[in-house]
Design a protein around this ligand. Sequence first.
Ligand code: AMP
Ligand code: ZN
Length: 146
Amino acid sequence: MANCIFCKIIAGEIPAVKIYEDDLVLAFLDIGPINFGHTLVIPKEHHESSATIPEATAGRMFHIGARIGVALRREFDWDAFNLHLADGAAAGQVVMHAHLHVVPRGVEDGFHWNWRQKQYGDGEAAALAERLTKRLATALEREPEA
Ligand code: AMP
Ligand code: ZN
């Protein structure tokens, strides 16, 4: 897609430090890493949202992302990694070509997700789950056969 920075990386029009490439996905180092080794896994086809990525490609992104996480863990002899995907501007998506972040993590790396925990009132969780289950069923019914 024109004017998409990640499509330009795929096309070789702007440089990136590549880690992995196949027919469906490309992985390269994030230019502003949370920790060194922070990698982005992207679909080769332009999709703004993770929700429109075909299942085979989405599966490959997760599969390769997790294996890059293991490679990062071994490389740095660190404990862990985060897989993170921001879908939509309000979720923190800045580059509008879907991408999975793979962030190597160590116990003392000085980085913390700003996580909060709200509490459901009586019956709220069950009522919400019922509505969501219906919406999900409708969405899955609409999907083309794999
Ligand atoms: P997000 O906020 O999830 O959209 O993340 C976008 C990420 O893309 C950020 O972590 C940026 O550092 C990264 N980024 C932007 N431009 C480039 C680029 N040319 N090469 C590598 N990473 C990039
Ligand atoms: Zn793109």
